[in-house]
Design a protein around this ligand. Sequence first.
Ligand SMILES: [Zn+2]
Length: 118
Amino acid sequence: MNNPLPLIAFAGLNWSRRLRRQPRARLTQVVRLGGRGDLPATLNPRRAYQLGEPGKWAVLACPCGRGHVIELNLAHPDQARWRLSAGRGGLPSLAPSVDVRAERRCHFWLRGGRVRWV
Ligand SMILES: [Zn+2]
């Protein structure tokens, strides 16, 4: 079975600074926000943002570092759904894997804050 495809958006991040894929990318925290309007203008690449409580969306800067933003549905039953959790020390995990197929493909697991590329 193919992984569900996340919605993606491109934000005005600094591309030139982040052109290189970061194989050891880590995320250290789940930040819970009320809604989209509470997101910072520039996402912290070490954070996974949960919108709503219980979470409706997970938003994160793709750990590839090329400057695109990934939005994952956590709640809407008619769409592909992910589960965002904060484990020991608050380290975020996402299930299933995230598979973005845009200009380039970004496919990774996030478990215990560690990004593992597929
Ligand atoms: Zn990416």
